[in-house]
Design a protein around this ligand. Structure first.
Ligand SMILES: [Zn+2]
Length: 338
């Protein structure tokens, strides 16, 4: 089968590799769509993936072969790339370690991932795509599970105003999840015009341009003075951490769901007196994935302006697409059609 294989830092090569065989409790999935994630780009960009590995964890496909002991899935099932409950006793993730650091330990390893024609999965791992959910929406299930996890982990409560900084895929999904969860209003801060437009299309109450206006001032105004209860940093831009800490109210929370690989700016004197807090969210749990599928089924998540005709790429565009996504202003959703 064809696969896009990591061959050194910033090098991804399309090769023919053996099609994997499912074990007794595994299924073979033929991949239909496989989205390029910012974390795949980080692995590619910073040499965090082993030579010979196949990245890609945001995929959907169809079960085409089942191992002899498989009971949970059937041939023809449409599935997403995760969300199942691991069997009791399984410690599944590398980042469960106490001193886990994404920079020094690495991002969670994928063996043969989704940048391939086929992938083998343990039968418990994938969730079924509900009948009414399109493939184009379902391919966002994994990043949407990150967004649901961020909102569930945060101090956000129904009726709150919230701010999302950054309208890349994660920011746009966090914004939609906040709306679905009953936000009074969600304000998005985003300098790139195409992504600002996506935020508007997907229902942001207001999109602010941090290059043209003082976003902290504007958010304070919109909140009636004290600041918002929760802000989400989905940008990892140099100034967003500080802006987030300034725009939240007394004892408010900045929820960080982005990964900055470089230093960010901090000036504690501006916010220490309000006893604000910062919290991080990372990855997702089975309940987050299940929540995503029910939001999708009820029409509360949309791929509009995120997954479009321009999103789809072929094998020969893998290298150039990964390079393109290394530029922060290019955080659009690209999807490999293997
Ligand atoms: Zn991802």
């Amino acid at each position: 089968m064809k696969a896009a294989v990591i061959r050194g830092t910033q090098k991804i090569v399309v090769e023919d590799i053996p099609t994997p065989e499912p074990g007794p409790n595994q299924v073979l999935v033929k991949i239909k769509y496989s989205a390029l994630c910012g974390s795949d780009v980080h692995r590619f960009q910073y040499g965090m993936a082993n030579d010979g590995s196949v990245l890609g964890h945001e995929y959907i496909g169809e079960v085409v072969q089942t191992g002899r002991d498989v009971t949970l899935l059937n041939e023809g099932d449409r599935v997403i790339s995760g969300g199942g409950d691991p069997p009791a006793g399984t410690v599944s993730t590398l980042f469960s370690g106490e001193r886990y650091s994404a920079r020094t330990v690495g991002l969670e390893a994928t063996r043969i991932g989704g940048f391939a024609e086929y992938v083998v999965m343990d039968e418990w791992r994938p969730l079924l795509i509900p009948a009414g959910v399109s493939d184009e929406l379902a391919v966002l299930a994994e990043p949407a599970s990150i967004a649901v996890h961020a909102v569930r982990t945060s101090a956000f409560k129904i009726g709150d105003q919230a701010v999302v900084m950054g309208a890349g895929p994660i920011g746009l999904l966090v914004m939609q999840v906040l709306k679905a969860a009953g936000a009074a209003a969600v304000y998005v801060s985003e300098p790139a015009s195409a992504r600002a437009e996506s935020a508007r299309v997907l229902g942001a109450d207001l999109v602010l341009n941090p290059m043209e206006e003082d976003v902290v001032e504007r958010v304070l105004e919109l909140s009636g003075g004290p600041g918002v209860p929760v802000a989400f940093d989905a940008a990892a831009a140099r100034p967003t951490f500080q802006q987030g800490m300034e725009m939240i109210r007394r004892e408010g929370q900045l929820l960080v769901v982005s990964m900055a690989w470089e230093d960010v700016e901090l000036r504690t004197v501006d916010w220490i007196g309000r006893e604000v807090e910062m919290k991080a969210a990372y990855g997702s749990l089975p309940i987050d994935w299940r929540t995503v599928l029910s939001l999708m089924e009820r029409g509360q998540l949309s791929e509009k302006s995120m997954v479009t005709d321009e999103s789809f790429i072929g094998w020969d565009e893998m290298q150039v697409s990964m390079e393109r996504l290394m530029k922060p202003e290019e955080h659009v959703q690209l999807v490999l059609v293997p």
